[in-house]
Design a protein around this ligand. Structure first.
Ligand code: CP
Length: 306
């Protein structure tokens, strides 16, 4: 088993499949009255969050607690980071406290890779800048496999703000490792040529959402990340929505069995209409629930739980 999960590229197909299979066993726990396992008793998991999060932070905390680990939640706000303390010195402090695993979210792409040089424990990337979010990709793959029964040969359209999306990058890496066919869809400004070229070996690119939908098993809508945009990437929110938003009329172009995904948080009414987000085809709430099982599996396997 790997020691760190910094990138979806750390996972070959057998390792990724082992995580998904272990997550399925962990999911069986959630139906029980007592949801705890003693697997990580005496181990310490630190959640080190330099960027805001709802789903990822809560689910890593729930996952570690369900495995009986001791959990330390650290958020940059209110810590000595605001006095200028560096990531390295923060890491050495956590090391001194005996962290067996550090789950990190950071605005700097590559921060988990640096952190892994400074701590003895396992490092798990919970989202670094616009780079990667591997556990999101794992929970997305888990959700597709549970809804549609397979990943091999599945046609997945990832739609929208690919440029700023760590979710898209990790999904491309993981899904193609597991045999899915990925098409990136969005305006040319949000799938620039260099990004398309870098991913070209693994994916197709289309600028026409209506053409891609009828041949998709999964459509994954990405959040438009206006907070990361310094320039204007599209004429207006309304125009973006008209070309690349998933509304009810567009959803009807999908095959009967196809599912609609979104990693959250959503811009309802922009990349996804509320009626679509709340429809039976939507797996958005299921993705959140599956996130706990998948993160339990990741912590359990990385820490060699018993
Ligand atoms: N999907 C996701 O990473 O959500 P949060 O930012 O709320 O953790």
């Amino acid at each position: 088993m790997i020691k760190h999960l910094r990138s979806a590229a750390d996972l070959d197909a057998p390792t990724a499949t082992l995580i998904l299979d272990t997550a399925a066993e962990m999911a069986a726990l959630s139906g029980r009255e007592v949801k705890k396992l003693p697997a990580l008793r005496g181990r310490t998991v630190v959640n080190l969050f330099y960027e805001d999060s709802t789903r990822t932070r809560i689910s890593f905390e729930a996952a570690a607690k369900r495995l009986s680990a001791d959990v330390i939640n650290f958020s940059a706000k209110g810590s000595s980071v605001s006095k200028g303390e560096s990531l390295k010195d923060t890491a050495l402090t956590l090391q001194a406290m005996g962290a067996d695993a550090v789950v990190i979210r950071h605005s700097a792409s590559g921060a988990p890779h640096r952190l892994a040089n400074w701590v003895d424990g396992s490092v798990v990337n919970a989202g670094d800048g616009t780079h990667e979010h591997p556990t999101q990709a794992l929970l997305d793959a888990y959700t597709m496999r549970s809804r549609l029964g397979r990943l091999d040969g599945l046609k997945v359209a990832i739609v929208g703000d690919v440029l700023h999306s760590r979710v898209a990058r990790s999904n491309v890496l993981l899904l193609t490792t597991l045999g899915a066919q990925v098409t990136l869809v969005g305006p040319p400004t949000l799938i620039p040529l260099d990004v398309a070229a870098a991913l070209a070996e693994k994916t197709q690119v289309s600028y026409d959402l209506d053409a891609v939908l009828p041949d998709s098993d999964v459509v994954m809508m990405l959040r438009v990340q206006t907070e990361r945009m310094q320039d204007s990437y599209f004429p207006s929110a309304r125009e973006y929505s008209r070309r690349y938003g998933l509304d009810v009329a567009r959803m009807k172009k999908l095959p009967e069995h196809a599912i609609v995904m979104h990693p959250g948080p959503m811009n309802r009414g922009m990349e996804i209409a509320p009626e679509v987000a709340d429809s039976p085809r939507s797996t958005i709430v299921e993705q959140v629930a599956n996130g706990v099982s998948v993160r339990m599996a990741v912590l359990y396997l990385l820490l060699g739980g018993k």
